[in-house]
Design a protein. Structure first.
Length: 480
């Protein structure tokens, strides 16, 4: 890739050019994205050690895991708007600095309370950093180069989810210098410092658009709605789905409806809504986003239930469980990078066909593992195939969702899409985790755990069939 000249234009408030090296820039921002995704799963395997070292209760441990996800999901759209106002590169660096600093604080936390607080701030740092990744990709790459960049982005999402468990198992097992669980956080610090130094040289100096308003009422209402939704989804299955959780979910629905009313009022007054009508009206964005939500719910829910089955049903170590999950992530990453090399006449139908095949693949895997069989070569090969198919459903649908978005709306669109994906992951873990745990009390014999996994995979299949229907709808909208 050669250097590009980016002209921010009206959205950036200037016509000054900024030289960009696309290859190094892509590597830089995706490393930041990878760290943010990794930290969703890397902590899971450290939970027993944290419990012993800090004397943490079960509820406190759940907050250590969930606090990051809650802050991350709730603040993503806010982070996108801040990036548009103050500059994507500046907010990426600020978010990365906050993430790196709070990772150090987490690794040095003296008590469970401090660790929970630092995890919340770590999630907030990710929410500042991650939306800028998509905005920078949208502003830097066009045409085939953008398709490839989005493929790398998708591969990072899948790889981070799987590698987090593997890396967490390695670091905890190594017990470096007797530090136990702390390296799962401290590993971010040297990487973050290198990225900060590199970003100071590589990131384009795109100024923000000072005219972009905050839409404070929209921020408050949407943030509250997301919080009321995400908190019970994250904590519900651990706490037995208490009544207050259902009340929060119902309240979130009311606030989402209020958010629509508030945004329309802002637009009527000539203000700048948090999510503009242009973004939501982009051809194919809404059905594509719904399809992506269903795909990520199925994918993340499967990864969660499969990890539980391995560790509490088959007796695998966390490291072995992560390695057995790796073929799915590898397949997902490979197809995300190379799906565009398939014949062009297949691209339009690819998400639909992949969704249908994925549904059948989940059912087949349930047959292979439903009796509690050990995970041999055939299931591993089938999971690699599942990853390949999932990438062929996800990546072209993601590209389709953003294809009709104007460059000046890149920040808002990135906030929406990243939030949709994150909510899909949270919902998948909550719903499919509850389906799995509702079938069996862990730890359990392999056969009972295998049956629970089979039931969960049947629900997974239904989810991806829904995704295929939305993918078909998005294709009709785009080609109309």
């Amino acid at each position: 890739m050669t250097d590009l000249q980016i002209r921010p234009g009206a959205a950036g408030g200037t016509t000054r050019t900024a030289a960009v090296r696309p290859g190094p820039l892509l590597a830089l921002v995706l490393c930041g994205q990878f760290m943010a995704v990794l930290d969703v799963s890397i902590v899971n395997v450290a939970v027993p050690t944290i419990r012993t070292d800090l004397g943490a209760s079960g509820a406190a441990l759940q907050l250590v895991i969930a606090g990051y996800t809650i802050a991350y999901a709730v603040l993503l759209i806010t982070g996108a708007r801040l990036g548009a106002r103050y500059g994507y590169s500046r907010l990426f660096q600020l978010g990365l600095a906050a993430f790196t600093t709070t990772s150090l604080a987490c690794g040095l936390a003296p008590t469970t309370g401090w660790l929970i607080a630092f995890r919340l701030f770590q999630g907030a740092g990710s929410a500042l950093m991650v939306p800028q990744v998509m905005s920078l990709l949208q502003r830097t790459f066009t045409g085939a180069a953008r398709t490839r960049a989005l493929g790398f982005y998708s591969a990072v999402l899948a790889g981070g989810m799987a590698l987090g468990q593997v890396l967490g198992g390695v670091l905890v097992s190594a017990d470096l210098f007797g530090t136990g669980w702390r390296p799962v956080f401290l590993v971010n610090v040297p990487i973050g410092l290198v990225l900060l130094a590199t970003g100071a040289r590589l990131l384009p100096r795109l100024p923000g658009d000072a005219s972009r308003g905050f839409d404070l009422p929209g921020l408050v209402v949407l943030g509250s709605a997301l919080g009321l939704l995400v908190v019970p989804l994250v904590l519900g299955h651990e706490l037995g789905w208490p009544a207050w959780g259902w009340a929060m979910i119902a309240g979130s629905g009311l606030l989402f409806a209020l958010f629509v009313v508030v945004e329309r009022a802002v637009a009527r007054r000539g203000g700048q809504p948090l999510i503009s009508g242009r973004v939501l009206g982009a051809p194919g964005l809404r059905p594509a986003a719904a399809g992506l939500f269903s795909i990520m719910a199925a994918f993340s829910g499967f990864m969660f239930a499969f990890a539980l089955h391995q560790q509490a049903g088959l007796g695998h170590t966390a490291l072995r469980a992560g390695l057995c999950s790796a073929p799915v992530a590898v397949g997902f990453g490979l197809s995300s990078l190379h799906w565009h090399r398939l014949p062009g006449q297949l691209h339009g139908l690819l998400p639909v066909l992949a969704g249908l095949l994925l549904g059948g693949g989940y059912l087949l895997l349930g047959v292979l593992l439903g009796g509690g069989a050990e995970i041999g070569a055939l299931p591993l090969a089938e999971m690699a195939g599942l990853g390949l198919i999932a990438g062929c459903a996800y990546s072209p649908l993601f590209a389709r969702a953003l294809a009709g978005v104007a460059p000046e709306d890149a920040a808002d669109a990135s906030g929406v899409m990243v939030t949709v994906i994150q909510l899909g992951q949270v919902t998948g873990v909550a719903v499919l985790g509850s389906v799995f745990l509702g079938q069996v009390d862990l730890p359990a014999p392999a056969a009972e755990s295998g049956h629970a996994l089979q039931v969960t995979l049947a629900v997974n299949a239904a989810s991806v069939l829904v995704a295929a229907a939305f993918a078909a709808r998005s294709r009709r909208v785009v080609t109309r």
